[in-house]
Design a protein around this ligand. Structure first.
Ligand code: SF4
Length: 254
């Protein structure tokens, strides 16, 4: 039985949607031109372009990382009606769940939880224990990828908070591009920002952030697959530590 507290998206905008069969050459050319033009734009201008272009067919996914919180800070002033969701795997830190409430209290934005088909208890019973220990790729597939695919099928474009300097996988992320994995346009307003720029803005604007960041956790995902890192370690070294896995798959390019 699917669990969800997500309402259907608002009525479609008049923006020309991408073709369900994939992007046509005109759309790809438009995205390439927009991405190049927005490369030197401020994130707020990029968000504004996305809102203008896709209207209610735009959504945003956030795991409540610092970048996502910063985008929400801007989005609240640009288009607070945008459908924003979080992949609630059932394994998130309590501090992460509480940050959702703090965002709502500060900005009046409700980030909708999107759940997998099964509860953690049922999932672990079904697999004879937690799959994050034995097959984290399958676990991410079932509890994140399947869910985001379901959500994005209702939209034409999504925004994420990835930065190019986070990992080699993300280094080539355009500001605007076609996301072939999910068949939608992907907008990354902070793609060319650095970690220092993000934190500088968060501190100056007093944007709510996850208190775990003050305890050595740099990149925060599900609690079983996240640890604090030591000085000098790579930013994402605390994710799936001790395994070859570096990404849940949401941002891997196809
Ligand atoms: S990050 Fe870990 S617990 Fe979360 S979905 Fe992936 S494998 Fe499962």
């Amino acid at each position: 039985m699917a669990q969800t507290d997500s309402p259907p998206p608002a009525s479609p905008s008049t923006a020309r949607p991408p073709s369900p069969a994939g992007p046509d050459s005109a759309l790809l050319a438009e995205l390439a031109e927009a991405s190049q033009r927005l490369e030197t734009a401020e994130p707020e201008a990029i968000i504004g372009w996305a809102v203008e272009r896709f209207g209610s067919r735009l959504t945003m996914a956030t795991a409540f990382g610092p970048e996502g919180c910063l985008i929400l800070h801007w989005l609240a002033g640009i288009a607070p009606e945008t459908f924003v969701f979080n992949l609630e795997t059932g394994y998130q830190f309590q501090e992460t769940l509480e940050l959702r409430d703090r965002i709502r209290d500060r900005y009046g934005l409700t980030v909708v939880y999107e759940h997998p088909e099964t509860t953690v208890e049922a999932y672990e019973r079904q697999h004879g224990g937690p799959l994050y220990r034995t097959d984290p790729t399958r676990c991410c597939g079932d509890r994140k990828i399947t869910v985001i695919r379901r959500v994005l099928s209702r939209f034409d474009a999504w925004m994420s908070g990835i930065r190019r300097d986070q990992s080699p996988d993300r280094a080539a992320a355009p500001i605007v591009g076609w996301d072939g994995k999910f068949g939608v346009v992907k907008i990354s307003p902070l793609a060319n920002w650095t970690k220092a720029m993000v934190w500088d803005k968060i501190v100056r604007e007093e944007v709510p952030y996850n208190p775990l960041h003050d305890k050595g956790y740099v990149s925060i995902g599900c609690w079983p697959c996240t640890r604090a890192i030591a000085a000098g370690e790579d930013e994402r070294a605390g994710r799936w530590s001790g395994t070859a896995k570096t990404e849940c798959g949401l941002h891997l390019r196809e």
